[in-house]
Design a protein around this ligand. Structure first.
Ligand code: XMP
Length: 526
C-alpha cells in the first residue's frame, strides 16, 4: 500500500498563477474562500491552500504574501489545526486573521486566553497606533466572531488596536512583516476591511494589481501553447453553457484550428440555444464545430421513461455514446478541454481527488481514449469566468446565461418526455425568460424557468371547455444552489407571464407559481 503523504499535494495549476499573488492558508474557516475572493477583487491572484501543505511547496509557488485564515475551533481544542512554524520563517509577509492571529501568536511565544465568553458581531474598535496598517482608515467598528483571544503578543509585536473583550484586536511587527487582526476584514460588516486588505497587499506585500481578465487569458494562452505543443489536436465538448464556451475560446485563441468543438444537441435545450452556439462558435469565432443534431435519438431513448433517475442515466449514457463516436473520428486528438472551475477543484482538496472529479466531469470518457486534460478555468470563480467571457467577445446571452442542468428540459417535464411535451415546455419557458429579461430581473435571479407537470385540468377558453396542462413558474434566488429562496416576483410581471403563456402556448390552460425554498424543495423538480 502506498504510504499516505505527510502533506496534501497542492493543485499543480497554482504553479503558473500563484507567483506574486497571496495564498490563504486555510484553518477551516467558513470565510477562507471569501478572503481569497476579496483579494482577487483587488486584482491580486489568491487561492486557498490547506494549513498542512508543505511549507517548501508553498515557498516554491513564490507568493508575495500569506494570509492565515480564521478557524472554527479554539487553538486549545483537541485536534485543533496547528500552524507549521516554518510558514512564519519563509521571509514572506503574513497576515493572521482571527484564529490565524491566535495561531501565529502561540507559534511565536505569545499567549492566547481562553476567555469563555465570546465577542460576536459589530464591535467598536479603538486604534492605538496609526503607523502601520490603520493609517488614516476610519477604523471605528469591526466585525468579530470568536471566543479565545490573544492576551499577550509575541516579542517584537506592538498592539495597534483593542476592543473591550480583545486586548490585542490587532498586532504588528513591521520588521518581520507579520501582522494579525482578531476581527474579520473580509466581511462587509467591517467597513474599512477592504482598505485594510489593500494595505496588506500593496504596502506590506508590494503586490501589483495585475490580476485581470486580460492577464488570465494571456497567461492561459501561453500555458496551453506550452502544454499542447506545435502539432497536437484538441477536442472540446460544448454544452451551450458559459464554462465550456469560455474554456473553448481560450484554447482556440492559443492553438487556432487545431481545436475542434463537439456540440451534442440532445434536443433538451432551451429555445434557440442550439442556433446560438452555432452562430457564436461556427460563424462568429470560426471555431471548427461538429454540431451533432441528436434530438430524435434522445427522444427515442427517453420514450416511456418516467422515473427521474432513469431519465438522467439514459441521457448521460446516450450523451457519452455520441460524444465518443465523434471523438473517435478525431483520433489524433490527444487533449480534451474542460470547463472545470475553481469551485469544483476546492471541493476535492488534493491533487488525486481533483483528478477523479474532473474525470467524472468529462462524463466517463473511455479509458483507452488516453486524453490529457486542458482546464483553463481551474483557478477561476464563476463570476470571473463571465468577465473573461466578455473580454473574449462571447455574446451577452451566453455570458450571462443562468445555470442549466445537463439533462436539460427533461428533468423539468414530469412524467414522459415526448417531442410534443418538449415543445410545450420550450415555448412556455421562452415566454417566461423573455418577460423576466424585460423586467430586468434575469441576472438577479439564480434561475428562472418553467416546469411541465404530468397532470391536466379543466378550463374554459372562448366558450370552449379545455382539458390541458398547467405550467409552473419556478424562480429562485441563491448564491451557490446549495440553498435557495423562491423569488418574490412582482404581481404584474406574474400576470404578464401567465397571460402570455396561456394565450401563446397551445396545450396549456393554467399557470401556477412554485413557492418552495430549498430546503425543503430542490431547485429542479426532478
Ligand atoms: P437542485 O435541483 O438539486 O439543483 O436544487 C441544484 C443546481 O444543480 C442543477 N442541477 C443539475 N445540473 N445535472 C446538472 O448538470 C443535473 O442532473 C442537475 N440537477 C440539478 C440545478 O439546475 C441547480 O442549479
Amino acid at each position: 500500500m502506498a504510504a499516505t503523504p505527510a502533506h496534501p499535494a497542492l493543485d499543480p495549476a497554482l504553479a503558473a498563477a500563484a507567483p506574486g499573488g497571496v495564498l490563504v492558508v486555510d484553518f477551516g474557516a467558513q470565510y477562507s474562500q471569501l478572503i481569497a475572493r476579496r483579494i482577487r477583487e483587488c486584482r491580486v491572484f489568491s487561492a486557498v491552500v490547506p494549513h498542512d501543505a508543505a511549507p517548501e511547496e508553498i515557498l516554491a509557488l513564490r507568493p508575495a504574501g500569506l494570509v492565515l485564515s480564521g478557524g472554527p475551533a479554539s487553538v486549545y481544542a483537541p485536534g485543533a489545526p496547528s500552524l507549521d512554524r516554518r510558514l512564519l520563517e519563509l521571509d514572506i509577509p503574513v497576515l493572521g486573521i482571527c484564529y490565524g492571529q491566535q495561531a501565529m501568536a502561540l507559534a511565536l511565544g505569545g499567549e492566547v486566553a481562553r476567555t469563555g465568553a465570546g465577542e460576536y458581531g459589530k464591535t467598536p474598535l479603538t486604534v492605538r497606533s496609526r503607523d502601520g496598517m490603520f493609517g488614516q482608515l476610519p477604523a471605528e467598528v469591526c466585525w468579530m466572531s470568536h471566543r479565545d483571544a490573544v492576551s499577550r503578543p509575541p516579542d517584537g509585536f506592538t498592539v495597534t488596536a483593542e476592543t473591550t473583550s480583545s486586548p490585542v484586536a490587532a498586532m504588528e511587527n513591521p520588521a518581520q512583516r507579520m501582522y494579525g487582526v482578531q476581527f474579520h476584514p473580509e466581511v462587509v460588516h467591517t467597513p474599512f476591511g477592504t482598505d485594510l486588505l489593500k494595505w496588506f497587499l500593496f504596502d506590506a506585500c508590494d503586490c501589483a494589481p495585475t490580476w485581470t481578465a486580460t492577464h488570465v487569458i494571456e497567461e492561459q494562452v501561453e500555458r496551453i501553447r506550452a502544454q499542447v505543443g506545435d502539432t497536437a489536436r484538441v477536442i472540446c465538448g460544448l454544452s451551450g453553457g458559459v464554462d465550456s464556451a469560455v474554456a473553448a475560446l481560450i484554447v482556440h485563441r492559443a492553438i487556432g484550428d487545431r481545436l475542434t468543438c463537439v456540440f451534442v444537441d440532445h434536443g433538451l435545450l432551451r429555445m434557440n440555444e442550439g442556433e446560438q452556439v452555432e452562430a457564436a462558435f461556427g460563424r462568429h469565432f470560426g471555431v471548427p464545430l461538429v454540431h451533432v443534431r441528436a434530438q430524435d435519438h434522445f427522444a427515442a431513448a427517453l420514450a416511456g421513461i418516467t422515473e427521474p433517475e432513469e431519465k438522467r442515466k439514459t441521457i448521460g449514457r446516450e450523451f457519452i455514446r455520441i460524444f465518443e463516436r465523434e471523438a473517435e473520428k478525431l483520433k489524433d486528438a490527444r487533449f480534451l478541454v474542460q470547463g472545470t472551475l475553481y469551485s469544483d477543484v476546492i471541493e476535492s482538496g488534493s491533487r488525486d481527488a481533483a483528478k477523479i472529479k474532473s474525470h467524472h466531469n468529462v462524463g466517463g470518457l473511455p479509458e483507452d481514449m488516453a486524453v490529457e486534460l486542458i482546464e483553463p478555468l481551474r483557478q477561476l470563480f464563476k463570476d470571473e469566468v463571465r468577465v473573461v467571457g466578455e473580454e473574449l467577445g462571447l455574446p451577452e446571452n451566453m455570458v450571462w446565461r443562468q445555470p442549466f442542468p445537463g439533462p436539460g428540459l427533461a428533468i423539468r417535464i414530469i412524467g414522459e418526455v415526448t417531442l410534443e411535451r418538449l415543445d410545450i415546455l420550450r415555448k412556455a419557458d421562452f415566454v417566461l425568460q423573455e418577460e423576466i429579461r424585460r423586467a430586468g430581473l434575469y441576472r438577479e435571479l439564480w434561475q428562472s424557468f418553467a416546469v411541465l407537470p404530468a397532470v391536466k385540468s379543466v378550463g374554459v377558453q372562448g366558450d370552449e371547455r379545455t382539458y390541458a396542462y398547467p405550467i409552473v413558474i419556478r424562480a429562485v434566488t441563491s448564491d451557490d444552489a446549495m440553498t435557495a429562496d423562491w423569488a418574490r416576483l412582482p404581481y404584474d410581471l406574474l400576470e404578464r407571464i401567465s397571460n402570455r403563456i396561456i394565450n401563446e402556448v397551445d396545450g396549456v390552460n393554467r399557470v401556477a407559481l412554485d413557492l418552495t425554498s430549498k430546503p425543503p424543495g430542490t431547485i429542479e423538480w426532478e
